[in-house]
Design a protein around this ligand. Structure first.
Ligand code: DX5
Ligand code: ZN
Length: 220
């Protein structure tokens, strides 16, 4: 595969929510290519975060793309609200809907990019007939619901298989990404890295973002 620039999508889950506007500005200044918004409903995952009104406020505070990751049941009921709020790409969990094919089309018809997410236990074959439609595939490298979990190394093989399925489309990886695992994740085929706790606990957001971007430099 030709050299591709690595994009970094910091996950707000690990930021200081009491200073959301400041955190967004700092992370964009640090070089974030997108902002990863983790939407949790307390049903699909055992945690609750935020919804469309907060995404709409984020939209008015930054110009980089908003990468909205839905970890919710019945995502089809909410995509319109997230598009209206200003999402640039919406990814939903393939396990959360009976009609993923229909939902990809629906999101795209609404003028938004659509991506599909696989939990660690979901095989790549779950998206065989969706791979050519989506704008991005997101491989979860932890079980969704919480930040700060350890990267699951078995996901490297799945990342490589999905890269072989999707050609040049974006392949995002989310969960447990830091400067140590990022090179292997990129080598396996990822070109978009989500990182929450690594970036927001780093003394310099800019250095953290640069260290993750540098993960692509050693690729052969
Ligand atoms: C997990 C979320 C992730 C998470 C990543 O359910 O989808 O985006 O916030 O956090 P870290 O980078 O800390 O694993
Ligand atoms: Zn996420």
């Amino acid at each position: 595969m030709p050299e591709q620039k690595i994009k970094i999508s910091p996950s707000l889950l690990a930021c200081d929510f009491s200073r959301l506007g400041e955190e967004i500005r700092a992370i964009v200044t640090a070089g974030a290519d997108m902002i990863h918004c983790d939407i949790m409903d307390g049903h699909f995952v055992p945690n609750i975060t935020f919804g469309p009104p907060v995404v709409a406020k984020l939209r008015s505070h930054c110009s980089v793309p908003l990468d909205v990751h839905l970890m919710i049941e019945r995502p089809e009921d909410y995509v319109e609200n997230f598009v209206d709020a200003g999402a640039d790409i919406i990814t939903f969990q393939v396990e959360a809907t009976r009609h993923p094919h229909r939902l990809i089309r629906r999101i795209q018809e609404l003028g938004c990019k659509a991506g599909i997410v696989l939990n660690p236990g979901t095989p790549e074959t779950a998206i065989t007939y969706l791979a050519d439609m989506v704008d991005m595939v997101l491989v979860m490298s932890v079980n969704p619901g919480f930040g700060g979990q350890a990267f699951i190394p078995e996901m490297l093989e799945k990342i490589a298989k999905i890269r072989a399925m999707i050609g040049e489309r974006d392949l995002e990886v989310d969960g447990g990404i830091d400067e140590n695992v990022a090179p292997a994740v990129v080598k396996a085929g990822a070109n978009v890295l989500v990182a929450g706790s690594y970036i927001f606990s780093h003394h310099s957001y800019q250095e953290a973002v640069q260290l993750l971007k540098a993960a692509g430099n050693g690729r052969d």
